[in-house]
Design a protein around this ligand. Structure first.
Ligand code: GDP
Ligand code: MG
Length: 440
């Protein structure tokens, strides 16, 4: 059985790597998809160049075409670009934590301010005060007040003819004196960027010193969003993005443009007009919408699962036969975590349930993987094939070489030894199990 799986696996590998021509052809299609999703042209160019460098030479999975493989690489890259660190609203500051909401007129600033305030007060139990400094549009401040009543969040009482800077100072003082956790400032927008607006925002920022400056971008605006975001980021400095009208039928290219240009994470998305219609940002959802190649993605996911499964089964076979060495461990550490940890992998061997607890105890913690790989990488081939040769001085050398400690090295070796012991015991059970299933 082991050989048969091995053969199949070798044949899969021979499918080959992506050539430059494969990648070029597929990326032409991707480029059209991105432009149709209204991703800004410079962003499309950058993104395509980046993906191209990554894709050429990558292995093609079984049962999909090179073109489909490229789409998958594009998708993964897009999810990574859209996602990443810092997607939570940052509340790590001395209260009252200050927040400023900026963007063009009609992008959804006031609505989003109230939605976020409601989230913070219901989900995080924060005491929030909101204030609008939009003194230009009639009833703009009343709009926030009404939304605040709906959300059961306080708004700063309105004083006629008060200037934006005065509103911010008064609001901050109230928040500070009355023990509010968060003070949010909803700002005025314009239909287009203008200097007076930017100047005002800079002044407000200098007084408020916001922990978060959130840029509200309408998912429907597409191309324009990129330039607008760029200016806001350069002039005011942004810490995050709220993408609104994700409930509409826009493909959401603005998300990629804004993220790419400002480097700021999209933190939340507006999913409708109602106050509770706001969600955490889901990079995967937006990426498949931007690419609009859902069928391809499903197909590739399946192919990838098959490969994972075959590779894992091959490893399980090797383990069962006690042929498992440090090279296998290194090659498979990532694979193993993907299959639900060592427990999940060994569960494929017949008769293993009895040892579940032990396996879990010996289990590989995902966070330790990079350390463990570093340790193995610092071993010689001889050491990897036969860890028994690892005496004190070799262990010390490995620890130094891998930037870890001798304790780390010892721990890995202990774990490896436990695994081997367990495998020997399992092997007997496994033989019986395989015989019973008529596999041997
Ligand atoms: P502002 O000028 O930036 O303050 O924008 P507003 O908050 O006043 O919102 C403008 C319009 O967009 C209002 O009618 C909102 O109800 C609507 N709106 C805001 N966010 C969303 C959203 O996520 N989805 C939908 N469908 N409408 C939204
Ligand atoms: Mg407004």
């Amino acid at each position: 059985l082991g050989n048969r799986l091995g053969d199949i696996f070798d044949r899969l590998r021979k499918r080959g790597a992506l050539t430059e021509a494969d990648v070029e052809t597929a990326l032409r299609e991707v480029r059209v998809a991105l432009l149709e999703a209204d991703v800004a042209l410079p962003v499309v160019k950058d993104f395509i160049t980046h993906v191209k460098e990554r894709a050429i030479g990558q292995e093609v999975l079984k049962s999909i075409t090179p073109g489909q493989m490229v789409v998958k690489i594009v998708y993964d890259q897009m999810v990574a670009t859209l996602g990443g660190e810092g997607a939570e609203i940052n509340l790590l500051a001395t209260p009252p934590v200050t927040m400023m909401i900026v963007g063009l007129q009609g992008s959804g600033k006031t609505t989003s301010t109230a939605k976020i305030a409601r989230l913070l007060s219901t989900k995080k139990r924060k005491k929030v005060l909101m204030a609008s400094v939009d003194v230009y549009r009639p009833a703009a401040r009343e709009q926030l007040k009404i939304l605040g009543q709906e959300a059961h969040v306080d708004t700063l009482p309105i004083i006629d003819h008060e200037k934006p800077l005065e509103i911010v100072k008064r609001g901050y003082e109230k928040a500070r004196l009355e023990g509010y956790d968060v003070f949010m400032v909803d700002t005025a927008g314009r239909l287009h960027i203008d200097d007076a607006l930017m100047e005002e925002l800079v002044q407000l920022r200098n007084v408020l010193k916001p922990t978060e400056t959130l840029f509200v971008a309408d998912a429907m605006t597409g191309q324009d969003a990129a330039n607008v975001a760029k200016t806001f980021h350069e002039r005011v400095g942004l810490t995050g993005v709220v993408l609104t009208r994700v409930d509409g039928d826009a493909r959401g290219g603005a998300a990629l443009s804004v993220r790419h240009i400002t480097g700021c994470p999209v933190k939340l998305m507006g999913m409708g007009e109602r106050i509770e219609q706001i969600e955490e940002f889901h990079p995967d959802r937006i990426a498949s919408r931007i690419l609009d190649m859902g069928d391809v993605l499903t197909l590739v996911e399946k192919a990838a699962e098959t490969i994972d499964r075959e590779e894992a089964e091959k490893l399980a076979q090797k383990m069962g036969k006690g042929q498992f060495d440090m090279n296998d461990l290194a090659n498979q550490l990532r694979q193993v975590t993907k299959m639900g940890g060592l427990g999940g992998l060994m569960g494929m061997l017949p008769g293993i349930n009895k040892y579940k607890n032990q396996i879990q105890q010996a289990g590989i913690d995902e966070k330790m993987i990079s350390r463990q790989l570093a340790v193995i990488n610092s071993m010689t081939q001889v050491e990897r094939k036969n860890p028994k040769v690892l005496n004190g001085s070799r262990r010390k050398r490995i620890a130094t070489g891998s930037g870890t400690t001798v304790t780390d090295v010892n721990r890995l070796l202990k774990q490896f030894q436990d695994m081997q012991d367990m495998m020997k015991r399992m092997n007997k059970l496994g033989e019986k199990g395989l015989k019973r299933q008529g596999l041997r």
